[in-house]
Write a protein that binds this ligand. Structure first.
Ligand SMILES: Cc1ncc(C[n+]2csc(CCOP(=O)(O)OP(=O)(O)O)c2C)c(N)n1
Ligand SMILES: [Mg+2]
Length: 427
């Protein structure tokens, strides 16, 4: 029965006003809208909403912008700076090791160090992080050691992933770092599930997920945002918008206003930040985490730039103008030099101390490398273990097949196997 029929039948009844009310508001009350619904007499199409500001506290000259304050002490800022330098040094040494054929693969985070470290510095020890793969600084800041980095990249026996993943796919549950997983976007809904569990159990901690603007095109990302928004997961979404997804520029990745706009569309408080400004990243993470702990998701979009190749399997020179890379590397725009400018201006930090620090880290990587190279590779049996509580018959069959194959061809395997932990017995 329509409301109009009701009105015709009962025009004078005392219930009329009540019955009429919905009809009068028919065009301004729509189930499923946040607002009443402004009425328009003509078709209107909207493509973008209001322009989102980009949070920046320190300018390219290394000085605080008008009205901004440093959100931490200079000592804390220096500590974060040192961690950023550590990332850069580890990246530089391991990248060249790959070029020498001593590791199979590597990915640098050059240009994105503030996005990795400024965020990690504001997360709680019990917060759990699902990273993508370009977040070495987050690991290092949480206590992952250079030795662990090198052991993992060389698949050595005592790295927590037991040599089963490609280099840079780190994990360490003891510091709240979930294993990196190559298929893009899978980490995002996982963090939403955990954030939901934290809220329903009233736990004062959050789940954090990092992802690139390219991974944000995966269906998993949209699904995760909606789940988080509707279930109020205590999840912090951190998108590193570095302009590129291998050879796809952000301009071809999406047609909307970046990733923050999507958070808003899903009803998630969202903020855009200069991801090369350590102080801004640090402040935004602190505020975002506070909001999250109130029982809701938050999205941060860090505007940064991938200065290196996508990985050692990539040659960015084939699809990217070197002029662009040079412009994005200029002093004060990229994160390490900007933080250094501030430190030199505001403290007694100088080039000599800087060079000493870099050398200290370089030696640490070289020592770790020596140690790692002396360790055996992870045992071969690890390939078959840990996925199931009990190995499936198929896995058992495959393992047996491998054993028999190796026994049939000792000339090819005897020497190789001696490099793996427990040698042949490690099968
Ligand atoms: C589901 C899936 N599709 C494609 C790939 C191949 N792939 C690996 S990294 C990458 C680019 C991701 O770019 P982005 O998320 O922006 O991260 P960035 O590399 O810029 O840090 C692609 C397409 C993959 N690993 N998984
Ligand atoms: Mg990207």
């Amino acid at each position: 029965m329509s409301l109009w029929t009701l009105r015709c039948r009962t025009p004078t009844s005392p219930t009329w006003a009540l019955l009429r009310l919905p009809r009068l508001r028919r065009f301004s009350s729509f189930a499923g809208l946040l607002h009443e619904g402004k009425l328009a007499p003509e078709p209107e199409f909207h493509k973008s909403g209001q322009e989102l500001p980009v949070l920046r506290l320190v300018g390219e000259d290394g000085c605080l912008v008008n009205g901004a304050e440093l959100p931490c002490s200079l000592d804390a800022y220096l500590d974060m700076y040192k961690c950023m330098v550590k990332v850069a040094v580890v990246d530089s040494v391991l990248n060249s090791l790959q070029r020498q054929g001593r590791i199979s693969f590597y990915m640098t985070g050059t240009g994105e160090e503030a996005a990795q470290v400024g965020t990690a510095a504001q997360l709680g020890r019990r917060d759990v992080i699902w990273a993508q793969y370009r977040e070495l600084g987050t690991y290092l800041h949480r206590g992952f050691s250079i030795q662990q980095v090198v052991d993992q990249c060389l698949s050595r026996c005592d790295e927590p992933g037991k040599g089963r993943q490609m280099p840079v796919h780190y994990c360490d549950a003891s510091i709240g770092m979930q294993a990196i997983s190559s298929p893009l976007g899978t980490q995002i809904p996982q963090a939403v599930g955990a954030g939901y569990a934290f809220r329903t159990a009233s736990e004062p901690r959050i789940a954090v997920t990092f992802f690139g603007e390219g991974a944000a095109s995966e269906g998993d990302c949209a699904v995760a945002l909606n789940f988080a928004a509707t279930l109020r997961s205590q999840t912090l979404f951190i998108c590193r918008n570095n302009g590129w997804a291998i050879s796809t520029p952000a301009s071809e990745q999406y047609a909307g206003d970046g990733i923050a706009a999507r958070g808003i569309a899903f009803g998630i408080p969202s903020i855009r930040i200069d991801g090369n400004d350590l102080a801004a990243v640090y402040l935004a993470t602190a505020e975002s985490r506070k909001l999250c702990l109130e029982g809701q998701p938050v999205l941060m979009e860090l505007m940064t730039y991938r200065r290196g190749h996508h990985s050692t399997s990539d040659d960015a020179g084939r699809y990217r103008d070197s002029g662009q890379v040079k412009r994005m590397a200029r002093q004060g725009l990229e994160p390490i030099s900007r933080a250094k400018l501030l430190l030199k201006e505001a403290s007694d930090w100088d080039d000599e101390k800087d060079a000493d620090l870099r050398e200290e880290y370089r030696l640490e990587v070289m020592d770790a490398l020596k140690l790692a190279e002396a360790k055996p590779l992870a045992a071969v049996r690890n390939m078959f273990e840990d996925v199931w509580a009990k190995p499936t018959p198929e896995l058992q069959r495959q393992r047996q097949e491998l054993i028999e194959h190796i026994e049939r061809h000792p000339e090819h395997y005897a020497e190789k196997l001696s490099k793996y932990k427990d040698g042949k017995a490690g099968l």
